[in-house]
Design a protein around this ligand. Structure first.
Ligand code: HEC
Ligand code: HEC
Ligand code: HEC
Ligand code: HEC
Ligand code: HEC
Ligand code: HEC
Ligand code: HEC
Ligand code: HEC
Length: 289
């Protein structure tokens, strides 16, 4: 394999592996990331789970390797990111100086700066955050030049057949016609996080993302229902009936699904911005403008 091939293959892995491995884990119910029966110390009052008794809790008295008493490094290695044998001195890798290594190799704290409150709402869930996209975090260490972004919305091959590898960027399993809707609609992360792997969250979403249509003075719930009836489309809300990315976008390629829930303006048109309705109709869909 020549150098360019290697680079391309690496990027393919870079984008695909994360989702693929997650999928396998969820499907096979194998090795949980957190050992069963452990209580969650994050955000709690008991500092002594991770800090020793000498002095106030701080950087100096943090108990080494405490993370892996509750979390499985093997599962992280398999499902999230290579740890075992990962070589930070590898030629395509440049670890920033402020990303600490342990014994010249990757450790939990290399990537997670947050120890006390490590959930996704914390900007340091990924060290150096917040990032516009999760991919931006990857590029802290991996070189971005020369990589061709994989487009998971290109779901049909030239011959019209379905490219199953693309599904797993978002879905926990490749949906089939037999699947119950709760399975075929299941993503491995919540909707925002799913899209945020590769897309920045822009202004256009901040008015809408997570907003409650049914308790809003700015939008009309009846209109939303009428719109769906009039165009015979479904604009999915989250389980708790909030607006999310796929309320307005259908991220599938035209022709993939039998019921697309999209109104195409022209028979020849591909799915511009993957919107369910043209922009104008979409806004009228919920607002009396
Ligand atoms: C799940 C383990 C864990 C728990 C529980 C925990 N910490 Fe920490 N804490 C850490 C780690 C890991 C570090 C960072 C060590 C490093 O950066 O070298 C840290 C660092 C700190 C720091 C230094 C932060 C800085 O940026 O300098 C303070 C202060 C701190 N912890 C206070 C607390 C207090 C107070 C509690 C209890 C309310 C607590 N921690 C509970 C793991 C924990
Ligand atoms: C005493 C056990 C314990 C220790 C020690 C511990 N954790 Fe956790 N951690 C948990 C539990 C329990 C959860 C919740 C798991 C779940 O909800 O599935 C969790 C959740 C997490 C999450 C996911 C948060 C989210 O909302 O997605 C991360 C990341 C994490 N821990 C990292 C760490 C790191 C890094 C350390 C070491 C500094 C550490 N943990 C130490 C028990 C522990
Ligand atoms: C090379 C960077 C890297 C290293 C090293 C790393 N993680 Fe992570 N971790 C991530 C990323 C990226 C995510 C978010 C993945 C995603 O989108 O679900 C994550 C997510 C997690 C989660 C949340 C998973 C969930 O389902 O919400 C836990 C728990 C976690 N890591 C624990 C650890 C522990 C424990 C270690 C050390 C044994 C570790 N990580 C080492 C990058 C890393
Ligand atoms: C702290 C630095 C760091 C960050 C951040 C990081 N990686 Fe890595 N990554 C590494 C190292 C080091 C290796 C091992 C390279 C080697 O041994 O040749 C690696 C290897 C990989 C591999 C295996 C590549 C191969 O050739 O087998 C994949 C896939 C990967 N990373 C994906 C990601 C993704 C996706 C992200 C973002 C979510 C990410 N990495 C973030 C340091 C990092
Ligand atoms: C970019 C993310 C993404 C990718 C990639 C993706 N999907 Fe989806 N899929 C979704 C979302 C979001 C939903 C939730 C329902 C909706 O928005 O219509 C969904 C729902 C579905 C459903 C159930 C809903 C329905 O209308 O029948 C099927 C079937 C489906 N996808 C098939 C696939 C297949 C097959 C692939 C791969 C060829 C794929 N998807 C790739 C995001 C994606
Ligand atoms: C694995 C990475 C990845 C994921 C995950 C992903 N996308 Fe994309 N998306 C792309 C790429 C690559 C393109 C094409 C290049 C571009 O325009 O940015 C694209 C294009 C788009 C576009 C069209 C952009 C334009 O300029 O018209 C929309 C809209 C979109 N994605 C929405 C979504 C939504 C909604 C989700 C979550 C359900 C999602 N994407 C998940 C990578 C991703
Ligand atoms: C209320 C409807 C609505 C919601 C909710 C929504 N979008 Fe959009 N999105 C649009 C419209 C309309 C456009 C076209 C923008 C234009 O033409 O100016 C668009 C454009 C985009 C584009 C391409 C242009 C760009 O800014 O890069 C991407 C990518 C995108 N959306 C991703 C997302 C993601 C990710 C989410 C969820 C976090 C989301 N959208 C939520 C309506 C929405
Ligand atoms: C699915 C229904 C829905 C669609 C489609 C929709 N909106 Fe909204 N929009 C809402 C809801 C609900 C709110 C109110 C949020 C609140 O009350 O806090 C809102 C809020 C807004 C706001 C902020 C109003 C304010 O003063 O806070 C603007 C601006 C807006 N929408 C413009 C648009 C545009 C432009 C489009 C077309 C691209 C659009 N909306 C499509 C439901 C929708």
């Amino acid at each position: 394999m020549n150098r360019i091939m290697v680079v391309k293959r690496r990027f393919f892995l870079l984008l695909v592996t994360l989702s693929l491995l997650f999928t396998q884990a969820v499907m096979a119910q194998e090795a949980p990331l957190t050992f069963p029966g452990k209580t969650n110390p994050h955000n709690g009052d008991d500092c002594l789970v991770c800090h020793t008794r000498d002095g106030e809790p701080g950087k100096s008295n943090f108990i080494k390797n405490v993370c892996v008493t509750c979390h499985s490094a093997a599962a992280v290695d398999k499902q999230i990111h290579l740890l075992q044998g990962a070589n930070p001195a590898s030629e395509n890798i440049a670890v920033p100086e402020d990303f600490p290594l342990t014994n010249e190799t990757l450790d939990c704290l290399t990537c997670h700066a947050v120890a006390c409150k490590p959930d996704r709402s914390n900007k340091n869930f990924l060290r150096g955050g917040p990032y516009k996209t999760e991919l931006d975090f990857c590029y802290q260490c991996h070189q971005s030049q020369g990589y061709q972004p994989v487009n998971p919305h290109d779901q049909l091959r030239v011959d019209g057949s379905q490219d199953n590898a693309t599904c797993l960027h978002c879905h926990i399993k490749i949906p089939t016609a037999e699947d119950h809707p709760t399975i075929s609609n299941a993503m491995h992360l919540d909707m925002t996080a799913t899209c945020n792997k590769c897309h920045a969250l822009h202004q256009h979403e901040s008015n809408h993302q997570g907003r409650d249509l049914f308790h809003s003075k700015k939008a009309v719930a009846a209109r939303f229902q009428e719109t769906q009836t009039r165009y015979q489309i479904k604009m999915p809300l989250s389980e708790d009936r909030k607006i999310q990315c796929n309320t307005c976008h259908n991220p599938h390629e035209r022709g993939l699904l039998s019921t697309e829930n999209v109104v195409y303006e022209k028979s020849s048109e591909s799915n511009a911005h993957y919107l369910r309705l043209s922009k104008e109709k979409l806004c009228y869909g919920c607002h009396d403008l």
